[in-house]
Ligand binder design. Structure first.
Ligand code: SF4
Length: 52
């Protein structure tokens, strides 16, 4: 099952964690300054941290 919201900025961010259940995959943010589950797709984020 491919991760949802492929256009989300989160997919390019080190803070993203993919959380899988039996039926879905959720995008979870590990940055403590951001709610764990933000509305998707994220287009802009002040805490965005791209991979090097
Ligand atoms: S910091 Fe922003 S861009 Fe990065 S995973 Fe969290 S919500 Fe997405």
């Amino acid at each position: 099952m491919p991760p949802p919201f492929p256009t989300s900025l989160c997919h390019r961010c080190v803070n993203l964690r993919l959380v899988e259940s039996k039926t879905s995959i959720f995008l979870m943010c590990r940055d403590p300054a951001i709610p764990k589950y933000v509305p998707q797709p994220v287009r802009a984020c002040v805490r965005f941290a791209p991979y090097a």
